[in-house]
Ligand binder design. Sequence first.
Ligand SMILES: O=C[C@H](O)[C@H](O)[C@H](O)COP(=O)(O)O
Length: 223
Amino acid sequence: MNQSKQLVGQEAVKYIQDGMKVGLGSGSTVYYMVKALGERVKAEGLNVVAISTSEVTDEWAKEFGIPLTDFSYIQELDIAIDGADEVDDNLQLIKGGGGALFREKVVAAAAKEFIVIVDESKIVSTLGKFPLPVEIVPFGWEVVARKIEKLGGAPKLREKAGEIFVTDNGNYILDCAFEEIHDPVATHEQLIALVGVVETGLFVDMTKKVIVADNGSTKLITK
Ligand SMILES: O=C[C@H](O)[C@H](O)[C@H](O)COP(=O)(O)O
């Protein structure tokens, strides 16, 4: 599994050119991409500046020598590269397994190109086996949970080490089991319309390129 993540991470950084402004996603697959980018920065003197999507990725970027900036300096990125929890046949995604979905969506939306990197296990025909992460404000989260139940989801407040999980934005996550998500656009729209929902982990029509590990090699899926 780690070898697959490493392969797609190394493949993805080939899309990064000198002078680019780069969005760095979050998660264990992204770790290898950040590491590989750091190696290019060091070996080739590649001149890039990056905005990261989580405090953990910030630390990795610093560790691997990638200069960081923020949206007060630049509002458009040339490329963003991120992992995913599920990718369907239409390249619609579920993200947020690590709780970074809000910043990830802001960064992906600010990028001219958004490339997704996954191992083979993330490819599905229909989204929904992975419970959909939904970021919500803490106040009144119980109300939002009840409304999501009425929409057919089974929300579970995310915990970590016995405590409520708090995102980098100070919010909570509801992991919402839906049987199958056949219409990601409709599901996203129903959820985002609820007062208290900050963002959903459905990334709809955001990527046209997914790099997937394939038997010790990588494969590019395009739309
Ligand atoms: O919030 C986390 C992100 O959406 C990750 O990109 C996603 O969960 C995939 O992570 P991993 O590469 O660790 O499976």
